[in-house]
Design a protein around this ligand. Structure first.
Ligand code: FES
Length: 103
């Protein structure tokens, strides 16, 4: 079963569509796309960069370090130099807070 860990209020995503949170000792990035919420590991799979510091364009997050991109819905690496998918996590809104589901 998943453990749902409280992360951030949805308002944290309003400005940039993306925000960082630490849940269960793990740093994640949360995103909003078309009114839905998504989460991935925050660490880029290409290097030491925080995806939450990147630029969200639709469903793609662009890494701030070398501008590689991932699809935030699937975690797929879609733009070079990223080639390894980033882990994704389910998100739900409960009691005014986004929660991230951890295995
Ligand atoms: Fe993210 Fe290089 S560290 S693209």
């Amino acid at each position: 079963a998943l453990t749902w860990a409280p992360a951030v209020p949805p308002s944290d995503l309003e400005e940039f569509g993306v925000a960082a949170a630490t849940v269960g000792g793990l740093k994640v990035a949360l995103y909003t796309v078309d009114g839905e919420y998504y989460a991935t590991a925050d660490l880029c799979t290409h290097g030491a960069a925080s995806l939450a510091d990147g630029f969200l364009d639709g469903e793609l997050i662009e890494c701030p370090l070398h501008q590689g991109t991932f699809n935030v819905k699937t975690g797929a690496a879609v733009g070079a130099p990223c080639s390894v998918a980033v882990r994704t996590f389910p998100v739900k809104l409960e009691g005014g807070l986004l929660h991230v589901g951890l295995p």
